[in-house]
Ligand binder design. Structure first.
Ligand SMILES: Cc1cc2nc3c(=O)[nH]c(=O)nc-3n(C[C@H](O)[C@H](O)[C@H](O)COP(=O)(O)OP(=O)(O)OC[C@H]3O[C@@H](n4cnc5c(N)ncnc54)[C@H](O)[C@@H]3O)c2cc1C
Length: 344
């Protein structure tokens, strides 16, 4: 995976907005069709809703994968796209799109600009913004995070998880499984998480503090502890913590796309059967799209990504066939392929 310096101008054939499962598959498909590709996401991690909301859940309705952990699906998509080396522009929101006549210029909230011939919007339910932990934002990246890229790094640590939803319990369980001492702090005594996740966390020995809130994070260079308050008695106490995961949820916002000339229906973008938005050079795929009979599932989004990229391909190079051929025609025998691509 290659990343970019924020100030570098980026010129690619196809720009993808959104690095959720559908955007990642679109990146693979763009490469498969022989096009260069850049993928933007306002989050700092790949995986969209899967990484942000249910990383440890088992997904059971993706074709060919009877049961796959959210993070493993995202990792598989990243690996699949990696052979074509897409450029990931993370922590960056696509804000405005200008048709320059010979292409599109995508302006972002950083100083990165992306020039492309076609764009696939795989923006899901919109730009995700993590809800901050007011008591400790200064420690972000210094022991405070919204995601855990590799739970194994938490082994042996005192970990504080803040929140009561699925992702809070997913992170608590993942940290506990790798041997962290985990305390989960929640303001209420009811959880939004599935009852099964709450039971599993308790069984694994996660200490659950209800009616508590984090009032301060403490430490010098990095988080070393937290002060929590019992909201019923107002009593405070100190907890050791070398890592704090703020899993307070995300807000999703589609406002960035309002000026792109798209047609919206109930917070979704109307597309035709080619996944065209009706705006020249712009296609869409995944949860964002709307048409009669639309079903918002990962498997459906994958199909839409393939349709969108194949149609964009013919627009970019009219000598191409819309049908890409079968991937098997380009592959070597399974054994040879595995030897040549040990990471795939
Ligand atoms: C708890 C839960 C469980 C689920 N379980 C299943 C399941 O079992 N099976 C299933 O098929 N589906 C499931 N889903 C639904 C599934 O997660 C979605 O269908 C899928 O994530 C859609 O993928 P996507 O790539 O279209 O969008 P998303 O995953 O929403 O990704 C879109 C990305 O676009 C980014 N973005 C948006 N606007 C911008 C912008 N302007 N600039 C830069 N980036 C932007 C966002 O930050 C986000 O990362 C579940 C959803 C939830 C919440």
């Amino acid at each position: 995976m290659s990343s970019v310096n924020a100030s570098e101008p980026i010129t690619v054939d196809i720009a993808v907005v959104g690095a959720g499962p559908v955007g990642l598959y679109a990146a693979y498909y763009a490469g498969f069709r022989g096009f260069t590709c850049a993928v933007m996401d306002s989050l700092t991690e790949l995986g969209g809703q899967v990484s942000a909301l249910y990383p440890e859940k088992l997904i059971e309705d993706v074709a060919g994968l009877p049961s796959v952990r959210g993070t493993d699906l995202v990792d598989g998509l990243r690996s699949q796209a990696a052979r074509f080396d897409p450029r990931y522009v993370l922590g960056t929101t696509a804000r405005s799109v200008v048709d320059t006549g010979d292409g599109l210029l995508v302006h972002t909230d950083t100083d990165t600009t992306v020039r492309c011939g076609a764009m696939i919007i795989a923006g899901g339910i919109g730009r995700f913004t993590p809800r901050p932990l007011p008591a400790g934002e200064d420690f972000l990246g210094r022991g405070l995070s919204y995601f855990v890229t590799d739970p194994a790094e938490l082994a042996g640590m005192d970990v504080l998880v803040v929140g009561g939803g699925d992702s809070a319990f997913d992170w608590a369980i993942a940290a506990r499984v790798v041997g962290a001492k985990v305390t989960l702090v929640h303001r209420r005594d009811r959880f939004r998480a599935h009852a099964a996740s709450v039971s599993r966390a308790a069984e694994l020995g996660v200490e659950i503090l209800t009616h508590h809130e984090v009032v301060a994070l403490e430490g010098t260079d990095r988080v070393a502890g937290a002060r929590v308050m019992d909201m019923r008695t107002q009593e405070e106490r100190a907890l050791q913590a070398q890592h704090v995961i703020a899993a307070l949820g995300f807000t999703a916002n589609l406002s960035d796309m309002q000026s792109w000339g798209l047609t919206f229906r109930d917070r979704h973008v109307v597309v035709d059967s080619t996944m065209s938005t009706g705006v020249k050079r712009i296609w869409a795929a995944g949860d964002l799209t709307d048409y009669p009979g639309k079903v918002r599932l990962i498997s459906v989004g994958f199909g839409e990504a393939a349709t969108a990229v194949n149609n964009a391909a013919v627009f970019l190079d009219p000598t191409l066939d819309i049908f890409p051929g079968h991937s098997t025609e380009n592959s070597t025998l399974a054994g040879a392929s595995a030897a040549a691509s040990p990471n795939l």
